[in-house]
Design a protein around this ligand. Structure first.
Ligand code: ADP
Length: 178
């Protein structure tokens, strides 16, 4: 019997955007199983907690039978090996993503030679989209309709209204890339 082809799509997903979702849909069509893996926020920089991220991702991928959502901590390649994954999926938006992604891919290859990194080019309309720009726009009162799945914008607004963005507005603008 042929081994199942399993891939892992890791990230912080703070929160999931339509750019992520597009990669999830396309990658899930290429593999028998896609594990969307939420990286532990060891620096405590995320707006959303692990449970909320899992919940949002679970909801927006409910129609994709071969997609599972998990959290992981520690080295990605160790986690991938444990899950018997053959590939790590990463999305590329612009040349600016490339240097970091290339470095990570080479390091992961060095650590675990059997696991391949597969890069998928973003859909053009999402090429400028990141979780951090979405947070910034919502913080400043703009609409992110069409850029995040339904429900995510609402959750974002609630969080920001409840002051979960910490500190002053000025401070809040200096948010992590991703
Ligand atoms: P980070 O590694 O910066 O925490 P994220 O958690 O936001 O990244 O995203 C996880 C993966 O999804 C990364 O490979 C990232 O390049 C990719 N990604 C993020 N936004 C998009 C987008 N709009 N289009 C394609 N890929 C994306």
């Amino acid at each position: 019997m042929q081994r199942k082809r399993i891939a892992i799509y890791p990230g912080s997903f703070d929160p999931v955007t339509n750019g992520h979702l597009d990669i999830i849909e396309r990658a899930s069509a290429l593999f028998d199983r896609l594990i969307v893996a939420v990286a532990e926020d060891h620096r405590g920089e995320s707006l959303f907690g692990e449970k909320e991220k899992l919940h949002m991702l679970g909801k927006v991928t409910a129609c994709l039978d071969n997609v599972v959502i998990e959290c992981f901590s520690g080295l990605l390649v160790d986690y991938a090996k444990k899950r018997k994954a053959r590939a790590i999926i990463r999305g590329l938006r612009a040349v600016s993503d490339f240097e970091y992604e290339f470095q990570m891919a080479l390091m992961n290859k060095k650590l675990q030679g059997k696991i391949e990194t597969v890069f998928m080019a973003t859909k053009e309309i999402y090429s400028y989209l990141s979780s951090s720009i979405v947070k910034e726009v919502v913080l400043l009162g703009g609409s992110v309709e069409g850029l995040v799945p339904e429900g995510v914008e609402k959750r974002l607004k609630e969080k920001i209204k409840r002051g979960h963005y910490g500190g002053t507005k000025e401070k809040n603008l200096k948010i992590k890339k991703g």
